[in-house]
Design a protein around this ligand. Structure first.
Ligand code: UDX
Length: 476
């Protein structure tokens, strides 16, 4: 309370500057605004420029009187790339340089009436930036963490100290990656070395920088007032109950794309090519493999060609998102695809630079999703009831794809392999093979469970209401 008058609840939402995180946290911000709260969405300058150019959600939300966008520098120079390969440089830059701008902005929003807006009463920060929690609490604003990866991956990260202690990681020289892993309770019957988050596989010793960063960042979620996860109880109940031992106030409010039922417009940082929707309209039902490796993954030219041959040899139609930096980004320059790719694709396929993915996945012509198993993509596929063929690239994707195949039975896992004959065989298997009917049925059932969880009275619906109540109680 403020002088007897209740303060207006004003939430500042601050995602880590990556496409997956921005997309997901923008959905949460949209929902909070829909619930009547004032919302400031804080981007880096770099992403703010891209979002305001390309995102339909940005255009829509910017018109709301109680929603505004703000931005701060990420601390990198214009020349430095913000790709996956310098993820840890970006993390460091946010922590060491952007943190000061964040503090200044928060103090201004706390003390001054900026543009007629009341003070910020709560910060929701991406779990990759625990510094944002510390800064917020220091300046007297309560903070909540939002971790945008799967609960199973959060739980695996929380187990890293134990995995190091019992010698599971680093892996011994020449380790068999199909060996089971002990030390992640709830997953011991199906988790193999190759399914652990990629940082575990890459670690050479216990001081490994990347492993230390991801595990300490994850553990620090308990410094915040609450933890938000984009998942739902009937999907990840077991991992959620383990996580609640570390962060007792954990809200599972996903899939956010299903909870935010008002619109499927995206928080894209890339220009969407909508021509693919017209192309999809002219394809038979369940005949198209949608292929996308998300916003960060890169493939070598050889891997790209193996995928392409596998898809063509499978005889299936395909819609493939080939970002301008998908192939060999490290080599610099733009990769020119061989003429045979263009000619061979024209017959049964379509390639675009960036697609309206949620719309694509809901299209009846799409029969399966060949995905890198990013968590947003996985949830979007689940909500659309489409079976998946997984080719995980890095981070949480290795464990997500294991759950898709071995636990939820809604797809197959092609992890670590992408030879053309494997691609051909597995694409056929998901689209028309012996298991295809079972995969489709499981995917449909999972979509129903997702729908129930976000419908009135469902677990995610209820936990979202509890989250709102918590945020409202933090206004003094
Ligand atoms: C990575 C991780 O894998 C993910 O789990 C983590 O939470 C964030 O970092 P990314 O490669 O961006 O993410 O994948 P994903 O999480 O799947 O997010 C990609 C987003 O871009 C999805 O929301 C998807 O709908 C969108 N997208 C992708 C498009 O809108 N169009 C496209 O053509 C491709």
């Amino acid at each position: 309370m403020d002088g007897g008058r209740r303060k207006e609840v004003h939430v500042l939402v601050f995602p880590f500057p990556g496409q997956g995180m921005v997309n997901c946290m923008l959905k949460l911000a949209d929902l909070l605004s829909g619930a009547g709260l004032l919302v400031t969405f804080l981007n880096t300058h770099h992403n703010h420029r891209h979002l305001s150019r390309f995102s339909g959600a940005h255009t829509r939300l910017a018109q709301r009187p109680k929603f505004r966008f703000a931005s701060i520098p990420d601390g990198l120079s214009e020349e430095e790339t913000r790709s996956v390969f310098n993820f840890f440089d970006l993390e460091e830059s946010m922590r060491t340089r952007a943190a000061a701008s964040f503090r200044d902005l928060l103090i201004a929003y706390r003390d001054k009436d900026s543009g007629g807006w009341p003070p910020v009463t709560c910060v929701i920060a991406d779990g990759l930036m625990p510094f944002a929690v510390d800064v917020s609490e220091e300046v007297g604003i309560p903070a909540i963490i939002f971790r945008t990866i799967s609960a199973c991956c959060v739980w695996a990260f929380l187990c890293v100290p134990k995995l190091l202690e019992n010698g599971e990681i680093p892996f011994p020289e020449g380790a068999d990656l199909d060996e089971p892993v002990r030390g992640v309770p709830g997953m011991e019957s199906f988790l193999r070395r190759r399914d652990l988050p990629s940082f575990c596989r890459q670690a050479r010793d216990h001081t490994d920088r990347e492993l230390q960063v991801v595990s300490s960042v994850t553990a620090s979620a308990n410094r915040a007032r609450a933890l938000i996860l984009n998942t739902f109880e009937s999907l990840e109940g077991s991992a959620l109950s383990h996580i609640r031992n570390n962060s007792p106030v954990t809200y599972a409010v996903g899939p956010l794309n299903a909870l935010a039922r008002t619109s499927s417009d995206s928080g894209s940082l890339w220009q969407e090519d909508r021509d693919c929707m017209t192309w999809l309209d002219s394809q038979p039902d369940r005949s198209v493999v949608y292929v996308s490796f998300g916003s960060l993954a890169v493939v070598t030219r050889e891997e790209f060609m193996e995928f392409w041959h596998g898809l063509v040899d499978s005889g299936q139609r395909f819609l493939w998102v080939v970002r301008s930096d998908l192939i060999n980004r490290r080599g610099g320059g733009t990769e020119v695809l061989p003429a045979e790719v263009e000619e061979g694709t024209r017959e049964r396929g379509c390639m675009v630079g960036w697609a309206p993915q949620e719309e694509v996945l809901s299209h009846p012509a799409v029969g399966c999703f060949l995905t890198h198993s990013g968590w947003n993509s996985t949830l979007e596929s689940i909500a659309a009831g489409k079976p998946m063929l997984c080719w995980p690239f890095f981070a949480d994707q290795q464990i997500n794809s294991r759950f898709v195949s071995a636990v939820w039975g809604i797809g197959l896992d092609m992890k670590d392999l992408c030879g053309r004959s494997i691609v051909e065989k597995m694409v056929r298997e998901v689209m028309e093979g012996e298991r295809s009917e079972e995969l489709r049925r499981n995917a449909r059932e999972m979509a129903e469970m997702a729908k129930k969880s976000v419908a009135e009275g469902g677990t995610s619906f209820n936990e979202f209401q509890s989250l709102i109540r918590l945020i409202m109680s933090l206004d003094s």
